[in-house]
Design a protein around this ligand. Sequence first.
Ligand code: NDP
Length: 327
Amino acid sequence: MSETARTVVIEAFGGPEVLQLRDRPVGEPGPGQVRIRHKACGLNFIDVYQRTGLYPLQLPHALGMEASGVIEAVGEGVTHLSVGDRAAYASAPPGAYTEARVMPAAQVCPLPDEIGFDEGAAMMLKGLTVDYLFHRTTPLSRGDTVLFHAAAGGVGLIACQWAKSEGITLIGTAGSDEKCELAKAHGATHVINYRTENFTEKVRELTGGKGVDVVMDSVGADTFEGSLDCLKPLGMMISFGNASGPVPPVNIGILGQKGSLKITRPTLFTHIADHAACQAMARRLFGKVTGGEVKIRIDQRFPLEQIADAHRALEARQTTGSTILEL
Ligand code: NDP
């Protein structure tokens, strides 16, 4: 098949200027694959890590991990999708910033009719992440308290609503008073502007000196140590990102000194590697959205050609909620 699709690729690691729009062949799906024609693509911070080389890729490589669209062709052995189905995914390999692609089908999920293509593109990677953080990483019960950093971001606003729907007290941090208000309006019980307040002291104050059961920290270098000091004895630190830079090597002895703390460094792609698990997680996420417990907020839209501007805005902390790329 000679059809090509406009696709964002990088030929070198670097700043947003390395993002190039190219025409690339689409091809036909092989066994276990589908061809999907995208309606919209999602923007995620992992795209920045891949662009800079923090998470290395073999170059040249297409970028993007999340999109929605319509199934155009189905390879041998694919039974959960048919031609014409609406679908959405968060999945490796990178290459979602494109009009159409061939990709492994296992993590592509049928999208319910009640969920629009834009929402589908804006919610899969972020929403499935919230699902595994709240349901598959450490036991969490109604009444537990979680500290969640960057609570007004894409993952953050979904997490605020998810926590509320599960009866979990979420203390959200964010980088401005406006972002704090947004997190609160989406279900955070308490909010802290961590650019103007010492979040560790504030968490101690809000919890009557006890600390929180779990910290979900995707900010990384800037917050890691302070986050450990927010935990109760036996508390769980979930370090799941590095928006401010990678966490330096840790002396695990400090976990004992600070009260037998636990720490994990998960990634979504382990949780969705199994087809059945991925589809079950997606159904729970879709249920939250169609049931009205979680609303997907799209605060920024960029045409695919302006992908560099989209990356700049995300890295400059100018975005809130989700960002999509329009085709
Ligand atoms: P966001 O929309 O949350 O954007 C990142 C936010 O991080 C910014 O808006 C900013 O919010 C905050 N931040 C703090 N310090 C910095 C800094 N120095 N530079 C840039 N941003 C900073 O992004 P996503 O929703 O796409 O992802 C959120 C995080 O979750 C990312 O770190 C991402 O890598 C991680 N993630 C991890 C996954 C996993 O499985 N491990 C899966 C999905 C996401 P503020 O101004 O309020 O501080």
